[in-house]
Design a protein around this ligand. Structure first.
Ligand SMILES: [Zn+2]
Length: 1011
């Protein structure tokens, strides 16, 4: 200990002589600017001890250095210690990231100063005024402190004593072995006695005594293991959140700092491997910072050497629950195409270590995108149950399986310490089946990556008796060994549900709404543009614009953006991206419709006005549409009907023959909820069902407010104890009033006071022919730590409820028998959830909500939260959303719940047209109601090839015929990356193309069109 104090203390021997910079000056800017622009600015003098800021500013420092001649033969470092995140630039190139928090404060100028080397040089340090984890005021996840100052505490040249450093690492490992291997282990005593001998042998005033001490350490480290020892595959890593406690734009620089540092380390350590996920941040960086190209060049070089290993396969490390099935396909499609273009190969591992749960549809999507392996560790965050495996087969709802590994150290940011190495083996739940596991080392979340010290630790433990073997390895080597050992592995079927962060299904409602709406917009633009191309016009498919919009949508699906666990700056960026998708999407849709229906839209002389209705879904629809906004109409609802992907032109007189539905007269009671009950009763007994849907004494459409104060992760978590604070919302502001008394549409509206200062206005709408009752809802939300839900107690008894997920659905229990059941007190769903018993059920549909639950006979939809960290303004806004209740006879499949949820999310498009007669036209139809045609788009690479994607939605084995009126000359099955399948050719028969489905199977087909 005396030895350590001497070496580490104020008289530290780690560093020798030092010398201040010849000059130090700075320039400050609120923008993130390229190097060339920065160095042309006027720099003012600065000194160590100065502080800079405020938060999010950037300081550029010009540092002129003059290395003393007397330091010949020495290892010379430029040491920089400051708050904030720094990047060193030399000769116009970024060369090294510097952050105290990431244990990187040295830039190695030379490992042995030679006479011939330049002794005078100029460096620039670009200092971002934010920490590795942003700038939270008081705690990491608190909203950023806008006024933080960043102090420069050290800037100097030093002589680095590498032999002292090596001795310190030796001692650290030996002391850890002595402490952690335990008294029962002979090796702990051997390590302790060796360390003691080393201390005795070293004379701190005489460095010539050090090598002999190092030899003692080397002797114990080189005592080998037996053959049976566990092998740890250590892979360098650096988790960089695309946006979280800092904005997207800073992430570009975080990537630059992290990756350039890794490249420097690789130059010095040819064995170092680094798994780089989030590679899509590369083009962002490249676009914004031209001077980055030197870095990407070196990255390519190390990719070729298989040291820098792109992993992931997706565009970003997206949320694993909320993106639609098609969005998830596009995450892989855009990601894998990018990997192919940049690195000449696609990824074979799906890499998603930090996402808040994993959809049970992911195994099939991975397999369809050339991926059979999956790595995460997030389920180690489960609050209630310990996940029983680290290496296992994960089986999705369709039966697809992928080999899955959770690094047993339960982290993606390890430091290569003895403690972590031992935990990796001790904690490993499957060590009876497999003898290999992964260890990911490097600073993460905010970037940073591996350090030299992490590597040096693990070099000493490569094969040391008493410790597991530690190899610097690659994901491919690890999974290849696991595949060989996989015969005894267990299988986990269904979703990987994270028992934490369940508030992320609801937080930042406007981001959720933007996601759902933009998924719909891109769907419709693709369908209509594809049809416009197919109908032989000169229409150009907007491929590059769609790619850009998709990439914005996919970016916002990042695992701290779509879940809403980000700061206000990120929310602003995300909402702006949605605005752009809406704006450009509307224009693209307009262009496609103009091209597709040109003849019908141009008013002809003497023609009367009518309405053209476009349906982008693949089944016939009969719906009431509102013609508000169309010329010559007063907003009175009309009835439109049409077949799959079909444009319908109907003369206004048609409406007169539409069925009339009366909602009955209003008998509103003054009680806040009773009228809802009444309303539901009268609606439910329209032609829908012959039985009551709501039990006696219960109220449907009941709003409830809960206290919502998580233990720590405010925006992320809703804890089970919130359920104990339920307060029904009963304060009526404006009583129920009939707004449309009948005809094709009946509606009624009312207003409620919620909490102290929020209000809710609702219009309840029932349309003729529509089997569900819609609730158009507006909320002025001004709460703090409250959770608003709407509840539907229903007269249904079932132990399981059904929830829509990507390309399918799954069931979760309605009871809390076991800890695994009650840990799912708050779950997620997409467009619908359903509670059914034999012959009858009730479904809840929604247009932009994801949080839900079904406990006993109560279906709840989670509407709004009000967390204060990391965004103090989260969800304090005006909100508009729609949900619907749909009682049904028979099963939800037979009742068409799935189709109804689509209909509500994909409204018919009504455009003014001339009244020239035109036959209805349908592009596609599918013979089975179990099969949903989800996607119609141009194939990539482009040309006159169309991709259509269908899935089996009922959970059944079925043969379906796909019929199309497009001029198809050839059809073949393909994978999700749009690569033709071997023997995938599909004969074109009279009835169409014959397609065989098993439950929840997703099929993609390439249709080559005639010119
Ligand atoms: Zn993350």
């Amino acid at each position: 200990f005396v030895f350590c104090n001497v070496i580490l203390g104020p008289q530290s021997m780690l560093f020798g002589d030092c010398c201040p910079p010849a000059s130090l000056s700075f320039f400050q800017t609120p923008r993130r600017i390229p190097y060339d622009e920065a160095v042309g600015q006027e720099f003012r003098p600065a000194k160590v001890g100065d502080s800079f800021g405020p938060t999010w500013e950037t300081c550029w420092f010009k540092v002129e250095l003059s290395i003393p001649q007397a330091w010949a033969g020495q290892e010379v470092h430029f040491v920089w210690e400051s708050d904030g995140e720094g990047m060193v630039w030399r000769d116009g190139q970024p060369v090294q990231g510097l952050t105290k928090e990431g244990e990187k404060t040295s830039y190695i100028l030379t490992s042995s100063l030679k006479e011939s080397e330049p002794h005078s040089l100029t460096l620039y340090v670009e200092l971002a005024c934010n920490g590795l984890f942003g700038a939270g005021k008081g705690s990491m996840i608190a909203p950023p402190d806008p006024d933080r100052r960043f102090t420069l505490s050290k800037a100097e040249l030093v002589i680095f004593n590498r032999d002292v450093y090596e001795l310190l690492v030796d001692l650290e490992i030996l002391l850890d072995m002595a402490q952690l291997l335990g008294e029962e282990n002979q090796r702990s005593f051997q390590a302790l006695y060796t360390a003691n001998q080393m201390v005795n042998m070293c004379d701190v005033t005489d460095p010539s005594t050090f090598p002999a001490a190092r030899d003692l350490a080397a002797a114990i480290f080189s005592q080998r293991n037996g053959k049976s020892q566990h092998t740890i595959h250590a892979v360098g890593h650096c988790h960089i959140d695309s946006a979280w406690l800092w904005p997207y734009e800073e992430t570009i620089r975080k990537c630059a700092r992290s990756w350039v540092t890794v490249v420097r380390l690789m130059e010095r350590n040819p064995e170092l491997t680094f798994a780089c996920s989030q590679v899509s941040d590369l083009p962002l960086g490249d676009l914004s910072f031209g001077s980055w190209r030197g870095v990407t060049g070196s990255i390519q070089e190390f990719v070729a050497k298989e040291q820098f290993i792109p992993v992931g396969g997706t565009w970003v490390e997206m949320d694993g629950n909320l993106p639609s099935g098609e969005s998830m396909v596009r995450q892989f499609l855009q990601g894998q195409l990018f990997f192919q273009e940049q690195f000449g190969r696609i990824c074979s591992e799906f890499w998603l270590p930090d996402t808040f749960g994993y959809s049970a549809q992911l195994p099939q999507l991975m397999r369809g995108c050339g991926i059979r392996r999956f790595l995460t560790q997030k389920l180690s965050w489960n609050l209630v149950n310990t996940f029983p495996h680290h290496t296992f087969f994960w089986e999705g709802i369709d039966g697809s399986r992928v080999l899955t590994h959770f690094p047993p150290g339960d982290s993606y940011g390890m430091h290569g310490r003895v403690e972590e190495i031992l935990k990796t083996v001790k904690n490993n739940k499957d060590k009876g089946c497999v003898n290999h596991s992964a260890l990911l080392f490097g600073f993460g979340d905010g970037g940073g990556g591996p350090t030299q010290k992490m590597l040096d630790r693990m070099k000493r433990m490569s094969d040391t008796d008493g410790l597991p073997r530690v190899q610097i390895s690659t994901p491919d080597r690890l999974f290849s060994v696991l595949e060989k050992e996989s015969s005894q592995l267990c299988t986990w079927v269904g979703e990987l549900f994270l028992e934490l962060h369940n508030g992320t299904y609801t937080t930042q409602a406007q981001i959720k709404k933007g996601n759902r709406e933009c998924e719909r917009i891109l769907h419709d633009v693709e369908v209509l543009s594809t049809l416009a191309v197919a109908r032989g016009s000169a229409f150009q498919y907007p491929a590059s614009q769609l790619q850009r919009l998709w990439r914005l949508l996919l970016l916002n699906q990042f695992h701290d953006v779509l879940p809403g666990s980000c700061i206000q700056l990120v929310v602003e960026d995300a909402l702006q991206y949605y605005t752009e998708i809406r704006r450009v999407g509307a224009r693209l849709q307009e262009e496609a419709v103009q091209s597709l229906c040109r003849e019908l839209l141009q008013p002809k002389a003497g023609s009367t006005e009518s309405t053209l209705v476009l349906n982008t879904l693949p089944w016939e629809r009969t719906e009431v549409i509102s013609r508000t906004g169309l010329p010559g109409h007063d907003g009175a609802p009309d009835l439109a009907s049409g077949g799959g992907l079909r444009e319908v032109r109907l003369s206004p007189s048609y409406w007169n023959r539409a069925p009339q539905t009366s909602l009955g007269s209003s008998h509103c009671t003054p009680f806040s909820t009773a009228f809802l009950l009444f309303f539901l009763h009268c609606c439910f007994s329209v032609p829908l069902c012959s039985r009551e849907s709501v039990p006696d004494g219960c109220y449907a459409n009941q709003f409830a407010l809960f206290d919502d104060v998580p233990l720590y992760w405010d925006a992320w978590d809703v804890m089970d104890y919130h359920l104990e604070t339920r307060k029904p919302v009963t304060m009526l502001l404006k009583p129920l009033e009939i707004t449309l008394a009948g005809g094709l549409r009946g509606s009624a509206s009312f207003s409620l006071q919620i909490g102290k200062s929020s209000t809710l206005t609702q219009e309840i709408i029932l349309d003729a022919t529509c089997p569900y009752l819609r609730f158009l809802t507006q909320v002025e939300w001004k709460e703090a730590h409250k959770f608003l839900k709407v509840e539907f107690p229903v007269q249904v008894r079932s132990t399981n409820a059904t929830y829509e997920i990507q390309f399918g659905h799954l069931q979760r229990p309605t009871h809390w028998n076991t800890s695994w059941d009650w840990a799912r007190f708050e779950v997620w769903a997409h467009k619908w959830l359903d509670l059914s018993e034999h012959g009858f059920g009730v479904a809840l549909l929604n247009d932009c909500k994801y949080g839900a639950s079904a406990h006993g006979n109560i279906l709840s939809l989670s509407l709004l939260r009000a967390p204060k960290s990391p965004d103090a303004t989260a969800d304090i806004a005006h909100h508009q959303f729609t949900y619907a209740v749909m009682p049904h006879l028979g099963s939800f499949q037979d009742a068409g719940v799935i189709q109804c949820a689509y209909n509500m999310n994909f409204p018919l498009h009504a455009v003014p047209a001339s009244s020239a007669q035109c036959p209805a036209w349908s592009a596609f139809s599918v013979s089975s109601p179990a099969v949903v045609l989800e996607t119609v788009k141009q194939a990539s690479p482009r040309g006159r090839t169309v991709v259509v994607r269908l899935y089996e939605a009922h959970g059944s084995t079925v043969v379906a015929w796909l019929q199309t009126s497009l001029p198809v000359k050839e059809a073949m099955l393909c994978d999700l990356l749009e690569r033709p399948a071997a023997q995938g050719s599909l004969p074109l028969e009279q009835r169409g193309m014959r397609l065989s489905f098993t439950p929840f199977r997703v099929l993609s087909i390439l249709l080559v069109l005639r010119q």
